[in-house]
Ligand binder design. Sequence first.
Ligand SMILES: C[C@@H](N)C(=O)N[C@H](C)C(=O)O
Ligand SMILES: [Zn+2]
Length: 221
Amino acid sequence: MTQIRDWRHVPIDDNREPLVTPAHERIVCQPAYARQGIEGALQHIYVREETADRLYTAASLLPEGYRLLIWDGFRPDHVQRGLYEAFEASILSKNPELTGPALREKVTTYVSYPSEDLSAPAPHATGGAVDLTILDENGRELPMGTAFDDFSELARTDAFHDKPGDVQESRKLLLAVMEAAGFSNYIEEWWHFDYGNQWWALRTGQEAAVYGKAAVPEEVQ
Ligand SMILES: C[C@@H](N)C(=O)N[C@H](C)C(=O)O
Ligand SMILES: [Zn+2]
């Protein structure tokens, strides 16, 4: 289990880029939580402006005909809280003895705490985190070995590193195009990438994050 322990101490110097909806011929936006009927989930994907530009770069690096499929970007607090509480309840149903920090550590391996602390916002609250996969030339998702939000050991990005095959190749491709575009991956989830926020700053050795908590666009208030 890998936790990012010190990201809360990374300073934030927010450049105040607005949130935008990615629009590119090689990007498909399919907001997963709205489709799952999660209360208050956004009907559109929003990310910070430069994050969108970097997604365009990543998409352009894919083989001919392939596209990025984005499931989630900016996530309002109430949605983060809903996801957190639902996963916490599912863990408690299997491990009723868990409490306090042990419970919180287990939950936050896969779902960030819905922090109201402006000095340590959840990554998706910054507009600099994206959950995504790759579509092939026929519009089919590449095999990634697990479904989106399958919170298990198999979700670890390196879970297939000693199992050569399609899944290993698909995960390598996603990681390669995203890292080439400047994103960093969260090792516990093959689908989660960051740019500009504290997670990204810590992993890439930046002095400060450039995205704090994002201002919610008027159309989603
Ligand atoms: C819930 C999942 N899709 C995700 O984004 N997890 C990360 C760790 C988060 O909630 O920040
Ligand atoms: Zn995510």
